[in-house]
Ligand binder design. Sequence first.
Ligand code: PHE
Length: 469
Amino acid sequence: MFKKNAVSLCVFLLGEILLNIYNMENRGTFGSRFGAIAAIAGSAVGLGNIWKFPYVAGENGGAAFLLIYIGITLLISIPVLLSEFIIGRRGQSNAFRSFINVAPHRGWAVIGILELLGAIFVLSFYCVIAGWSLEYIVQSCAGGFKGMTQQVMDERFNSFVASGYRPVFWMVIFLLLNGIVLVMGVTKGIERCSKFMIPALFCILVMLAGVNLWQPGFKEGAAFILEPDWSAVTGQTIIKALGQSFFSLSIGMAAMITYGSYIRRQESLVSVSVIVSLATVLMAVLAGLAIFPSVFTYHVPVTSGPDLVFKTLPPLFAELPGGRVISILFFILLFFAALTTSLSIMESLVAFFTEELKIKRISALGIGLGIVIVCSTLCALSQMPDSPITVAGMSLFDWTDTFSSNYILPIAGLGCVVLVGWFVPRTVVEHEITSSGKYYFWLFRFILFMMRFVCPLVILFMFINGLVN
Ligand code: PHE
């Protein structure tokens, strides 16, 4: 019965893909409001929200950090995000051409190129990590991690990464899965996939947090991110909140300009931005509630990033009731989060190649996948012991991450907000923000003020502070 269903599903999918290659349209739109929100939230909610945000929040004052984060997101990040959406929706093209279409001078297209470069850099390391989550789904299914000590987990992970070919294999599989979704187009591929994956991701998070309610360390874990500790808040906390908020909202890497160009005219950009921003905070808090109770129950050191997810957590999850299922669900969660994010970045490349080289979407997808597979392979191999693939004293893997977040993101974000605040005609910005006068006129003045004066200064300050430190 199962086999028959699986076979018919495969036949159906294959038919669908072939049909789509045949009838492929080059430029799509998000067909519904929910679809647009799901796709944009899909881009935003990624590894950053699951493995970094809860940790940064916990280390920097818990609920105090959350409040600062929400304030900064509403005041600073949303105007920047809106300026990317406006460039995309007005420009009605890819992240490069949209700048030419909206700006008074072609030179602004440099920012578009920078955003696309950022997209390639982010994808290069992102796909490697997404590949790791596939490997760990398989490992969770094939026996799990019960009873393994931290030392065994360390060795396991290190030897997996050092093998070179295994991470590359999973990264290629991950990118091919991206390809399958993208070949179906914007509405039938990205939107449909996000409409399923984002609610699924939310349900898995609620389930994982729910299971943790019975852990002895739940109270401590919840207090770690939900109890306000204002004494931990310093000037650097605000900078961290800003950096985290920009990264979380996928600013500066072409994704939001491209998705902006798919948002229908009648949709309010302001409400889409606010809903997506709050959804990312909610998901990050839930991720914290799913992760930290175990960490505090077993008194292991609190960490973030790959160490937390691939070394610390798996044996702790294995101790929970239904431990193996929990591990599998957790890595599926990671995979869904990474896939919906990578779709947005990959789509930016596909749109660029389709429209600039005037080729079919399928060929553009081939070029995009080719470039990213080469870059990601280099990133994966740069993590092998004694690998010569280094830049500025770091492995290529770490460098792509650092360079895109610390340099490309602030410069590109600054470029967008200055362009929209000062150079795009005021009536155009007003039309976009108020959806042609339908909503919030007073809000428009406030947002324009933030775009013109506050955001550029804050981003400049953040950039210089990053350089100095
Ligand atoms: N928002 C994603 C995350 O939190 C990262 C990302 C950055 C995605 C830039 C696209 C562009 O993981």
